[in-house]
Ligand binder design. Structure first.
Ligand code: NAD
Length: 258
């Protein structure tokens, strides 16, 4: 129970990695705000079934009105905001169901903008929404989610790579801005991790040989699982990381070393 009575907002936590983060934070004693654009109740029910506390808040991270409501509902229900996990993102499919993976000269301006709107502006808007409360508290933990695609310079996902580079930029700039308020801003860069979205794409053959090639670059030669990320999440959310800020921790079985 390293996070007993802490209040954590996890964006994009109705499924996938966000859901895994929400469940683990709840198991560590945190009260969870499941901030998701659809079906947040699913994760809430699962947390309650495990004896935890959670609320569902429909949230579109790309809308300032929605992110402000997310923060307001959290404060109204739980009285504070200790942790924000900026997990929501467009990864493999845009809202129009267009595959995100394609050569950069085939990415339309609309697709580029939709990835930036969620993956970059969404991260900033969520931080902007929780900042006043965290400043009043004189502490807070913000954890952004980047990706190893930035370090690897992965091809065929230019807008996604750029968006995840921006997340590291936001992490560093916001860490400097918020240090005087006792607020930590850190970042986790997962490798190729078998969330539902990735499993569906791998099963559909969308990545060809890539999954095996990635494993071959790792020190630990097995596929990365959502559970592999949970230690880093709890560490950055807990007091154990109080003197660490502006950092990006790569969790990928030792493929990228930066
Ligand atoms: N799975 C991987 O291999 C991997 C690797 C590196 C980084 N990541 C990052 O981890 C995070 C989660 O990945 P995942 O594999 O669970 O992918 P995912 O696509 O299943 O999860 C993304 C979530 O964000 C939500 N979302 C999208 N637009 C939103 C919006 N406007 N407002 C609120 N929510 C919105 C989606 O509904 C979805 O639940 C993402 O930030 C992704 O970029 C994933």
């Amino acid at each position: 129970m390293r996070l007993k009575d802490k209040v954590a907002i996890v964006t994009g936590s109705a499924r996938g990695l966000g859901k895994a983060y929400a469940l683990r934070l709840a198991d560590e004693g945190a009260k969870i705000v499941v901030a998701a654009i659809r079906d947040p109740e699913v994760t809430v029910k699962e947390i309650e079934g495990r004896g935890g506390t959670a609320i569902a808040v429909y949230t579109d991270v790309s809308s300032e009105k929605s992110t402000l409501e997310m923060a307001e509902k959290t404060i109204k229900t739980f009285g504070k905001i200790d942790i924000l996990i900026n997990n929501a993102a467009i990864m493999l499919k845009s809202p129009t169901k267009t595959p995100v993976m394609q050569p950069s000269d085939q990415i339309t301006v609309e697709e580029w903008d939709s990835v930036m709107r969620v993956n970059v502006k969404g991260v900033w808007l969520c931080i902007k929404a929780v900042m006043p409360q965290m400043k009043r508290q004189g502490k807070g933990k913000i954890i952004n989610i980047s990706s190893t695609v930035f370090f690897a310079g992965a091809p065929l996902v230019l807008h996604y790579v750029v968006s995840k580079a921006a997340v590291i930029g936001i992490t560093r700039a916001m860490a400097r801005e918020l240090g005087d308020y006792g607020i930590n801003v850190n970042c986790i860069a997962p490798g190729f991790t078998y969330s539902e979205t990735i499993i569906e794409a791998v099963d559909a053959g969308e990545f060809g040989e890539l999954p095996n090639l990635i494993v071959a670059t790792q020190c630990f030669k097995r596929r990365e699982q959502p559970s592999d990320l949970l230690g880093a999440i709890v560490f950055f959310a807990s007091e154990e990381s109080d003197f660490i800020t502006g950092q990006t921790l790569v969790v990928d079985g030792g493929s990228i070393m930066h």
